[in-house]
Write a protein that binds this ligand. Sequence first.
Ligand SMILES: Cc1cc2nc3c(=O)[nH]c(=O)nc-3n(C[C@H](O)[C@H](O)[C@H](O)COP(=O)(O)OP(=O)(O)OC[C@H]3O[C@@H](n4cnc5c(N)ncnc54)[C@H](O)[C@@H]3O)c2cc1C
Length: 454
Amino acid sequence: MINPVYQTVIVGGGFTGLFTALHLAHTYYPRSIILIDKNERFCFKPLLYEYFSGQMESFQVVPRFSNLLKGSGIIFVQDTVQSIDLQNQQVKLASKNTYQYSNLVLALGSVTSYLGVEGAKENALPFWTQQDAIAIERHLRDCLQRAVKIADPQQRQQLLTVAVVGGGPSGVEMVATLADFLPHWYSALGGNSQEIRVVLLNHSQEILNGDLNNPLRSIAESELQQRAVPIEMLMEAEVTSVRPNAVEYKRDERIETLPTATTIWTAGTATHPLIKDLAIPQAHRDKRNRIQVTKTLQLPDFPEVFVGGDCAAVEDMTLPPTAQVAYQQGATIAHNLKAITIGEELKPVKVNIRGTLLKLGLEDAAANLFNTFELMGKPAHLIRQATYLTLLPTPIHNFKATKEWLNEEIFQQHFGNQNVGKKVAQAVELVSAGVVGVLVARKLLKMLGDDEQN
Ligand SMILES: Cc1cc2nc3c(=O)[nH]c(=O)nc-3n(C[C@H](O)[C@H](O)[C@H](O)COP(=O)(O)OP(=O)(O)OC[C@H]3O[C@@H](n4cnc5c(N)ncnc54)[C@H](O)[C@@H]3O)c2cc1C
């Protein structure tokens, strides 16, 4: 017999889980809300490149849950979920604590998949979390510091070559960022920046294949060649093994080896193991093992359980696993949880894909807005940052982050040692681009607001 506790447990504090909790906190929600995440910080994944390249601070990209939830009434538990018992409405944690729920939100996201490639899990660096970003940064700094002291050109080249596996949006954003900042890091150490090699290995013929960002492909291809060092693109290269000092790949039926001390893995994602382990039959899952949910985002056999973001396959909808989808689903889940408590009808989820934003270097990006117009270069970079900054959680946090960024972007970086005429011209360009960014961000917010009222 299940204990009739009236508490809502949210497992996973990412785009779905955190925003479900924040939306609930902004309504009068009569039940206690427990948010469980294994990390102490929320990770704004689209901005991880800014964090790892040092363009943004941790309070902007990976703010602490305790700060974000201060005064909200939400109980935050930092612990790892170990199992979920749907029959007994119970969640077990690594600490051996258990939580009983009356409603559960499954928002655990997805995990990196190494696609069975030999040595990839052991030797490649994933890019998924704050810890991954820190590990890559340390590893790269170490390689550059070792390289600058090595006289042997082959050994030095191995340390100065970075292979990125996967030509999807993460791989493209990663190579663009690396090809801009690694040469600066290396020349600051006294090395020759032109010795840096950034190589993208992609299984298919073209980058961004089958991705939401595909309309931006030709812009991306040309911008990737405009970085501080041009990016080497190895298309139709199937990676077969990753070793500590090399990556092996098959191309034109030949096995080739690229000597490198750094292989970054962005090639695959898999369904979260806890979602795979749930007692839900295969008939209620999609081909990637995600669980099928109703349009109201509930499990058909356990309507007290809501699922969103990368974990969910919504009935009759094909949605990409992205932050903008997860965020909007969080708003619907919060609405429906509240509706249950006041006896109102639950609403189906409505997701609007508002376009895509792709980072293409330190100060460069491409934007496809509302599938109507495309932008590139500095204006797209400013729009991308303004959009994400406006979407950062909680108004106080948002305000702090925006202020910091405007100060850095407009006043420090661009009004440095330049003559007055140039300054004025750049100011006009920057401010107008910034205004476009803010207008677009406002439009996005208004559309989000409209969604919430629907
Ligand atoms: C590098 C990178 C860049 C991206 N860029 C973009 C972009 O530009 N635009 C875009 O729309 N999307 C982007 N995405 C995709 C987007 O971030 C995801 O689709 C989105 O985060 C999914 O939201 P979610 O709530 O399902 O999961 P997540 O946001 O991943 O949240 C899952 C949460 O669950 C927690 N968790 C996992 N396992 C456990 C456990 N056992 N116990 C407790 N807690 C656990 C995690 O710590 C995490 O906080 C990017 C992803 C990556 C990796």
